[in-house]
Design a protein around this ligand. Structure first.
Ligand SMILES: Cc1cc2nc3c(=O)[nH]c(=O)nc-3n(C[C@H](O)[C@H](O)[C@H](O)COP(=O)(O)OP(=O)(O)OC[C@H]3O[C@@H](n4cnc5c(N)ncnc54)[C@H](O)[C@@H]3O)c2cc1C
Length: 378
């Protein structure tokens, strides 16, 4: 691959994914209930081999899957991404028994996964999490507390849950547990969001876990969380790029055909220049996402800065592009069921989750200043 374009095989794969999203996934997404897990859609993602690719692909291919699916079916994109987020810790840190028990069902789409880090009192500051893992005999704990804004909750079959094993130790006292949905004391309820995203709360009332449920090492769970988020962060940008591309294409088609003032909307230079700006910013975001993902795949040292830049630029760009697309479509874009009405609701959340835009700026600044030698100003 050169630095600036994908190889023909990858471009062909993206075209194939877009066609599958339109022909096979979109019809299933339309039959789903907004805000609820769509098991038929997940099973189809499994049949198409895409869930398996979550664990065999590098970061760039993960981005290409997310971007391509998002262009034609955001629900399929999100189902794929959340399955990856929830099960990646099992793939990367699970014991042979945990992997054997769960990964085949995760990859064929029969088991639904969730990644449970956020709490009502710990969002951006995830290291402040308080869900308590209290010792209950040797290598046994009881989980008590609440998780909030958890995608796929409360319907998921397995949860990667981050709990506090050492009080007061911040990020160094957190352990990741694999908690199946049928554990006694685990309940939850769905939350209705602006987008059709399946999401909810989880309540832990003395839920028993043992050493067999630990993912990675005791008190080292924050590393499991951050490792997973480092892989997925550029791909949130890819999701955003896919939505921006869909909005751009809809706008090109609309403005080229819409009669206005004796010509077409695209004849108005202010309109054509806005479309050019949408295309320019989408392409810039796409290149930054590909560069960050490629850096991850190469094991480059500057992944945190690149991933933060890519996620920040792409999600903010997609918001701008979708909003401009709505403006250039006029009233029809706001009608319930219109592609842009759907994208307008979908595009907002990625600027908040997996590190809000302000948090990404903090990461970028920290990385930049870390390379400055200490000393006095001139
Ligand atoms: C659709 C959706 C799906 C989600 N899915 C999951 C999931 O599957 N699993 C999971 O664990 N969580 C999930 N979340 C939760 C998500 O990770 C949190 O919403 C996110 O971490 C922000 O936390 P918060 O909402 O509590 O906002 P807060 O942390 O309260 O932050 C609010 C705002 O304060 C500002 N801010 C915060 N920190 C800083 C800072 N350091 N510098 C400058 N400004 C700052 C930002 O503007 C930020 O948006 C999801 C959220 C959404 C919306």
């Amino acid at each position: 691959m050169t630095a600036f374009s994908l190889e023909p095989e990858r471009l062909a794969w993206c075209a194939e994914l877009r066609a599958l999203a339109t022909d096979r996934l979109r019809p299933l997404a339309e039959k789903g209930e907004p805000g609820r897990v769509n098991r038929a859609l997940l099973a189809e993602l499994g049949r198409l081999g895409l869930l398996e690719r979550l664990f065999t692909s590098g970061a760039l291919d993960l981005c290409l899957m997310r971007e391509s699916l998002a262009q034609a079916c955001t629900e399929a994109e999100t189902a794929l991404a959340v399955q990856g987020l929830g099960a990646h810790p099992v793939h990367a840190h699970g014991t042979p028994a945990q992997r054997e028990r769960w990964l085949p069902a995760v990859t064929d789409g029969t088991a639904v996964a969730a990644f449970a880090l956020s709490e009502p009192g710990a969002g951006s500051d995830a290291a402040a999490l308080e869900l308590a893992a209290r010792p209950d005999g040797p290598s046994r704990w009881r989980l008590t507390g609440e998780k909030c804004w958890i995608s796929n909750a409360p319907e998921a079959d397995l949860h990667t849950v981050f709990a506090r094993t050492t009080p007061g130790a911040g990020s160094r006292g957190v352990t990741a547990f694999l908690v199946p949905a049928d554990r006694p004391g685990l309940t939850g309820s769905p939350l209705e969001m602006l987008s059709p995203h399946p999401i909810g709360t989880l309540v832990f009332d003395d839920v028993p876990v043992t050493a067999d449920d630990v993912l990675g090492e005791v008190d080292r769970g924050f590393r499991v969380a951050m490792g997973t988020l480092n892989l997925f962060r550029p791909s949130v940008g890819a999701f955003a790029v896919g939505m921006a591309q869909a909005a751009l294409e809809a706008t090109l088609a609309h403005t080229a055909r819409r009669d206005a003032f004796g010509g077409k909307l695209s004849d108005l230079q202010t309109v054509a220049h806005q479309v050019a700006e949408m295309a320019l910013r989408t392409e810039a975001a796409r290149l930054m996402v590909y560069a960050a993902a490629t850096a991850y795949d190469c094991g480059a040292p500057d992944v945190p800065r690149r991933a933060a830049m890519a996620k920040l630029l792409a999600t903010e760009t997609a918001q701008y592009v979708v909003d401009t697309a709505v403006q250039l479509h006029g009233a029809r874009a706001l009608r319930r069921g219109h592609l842009l009405e759907h994208l307008y609701r979908e595009v907002r959340a990625p600027r908040i989750y997996e590190g809000a835009s302000e948090v990404q700026r903090g990461i970028i600044a920290k990385e930049l200043y870390a390379r400055q030698p200490a000393g006095q100003a001139e």
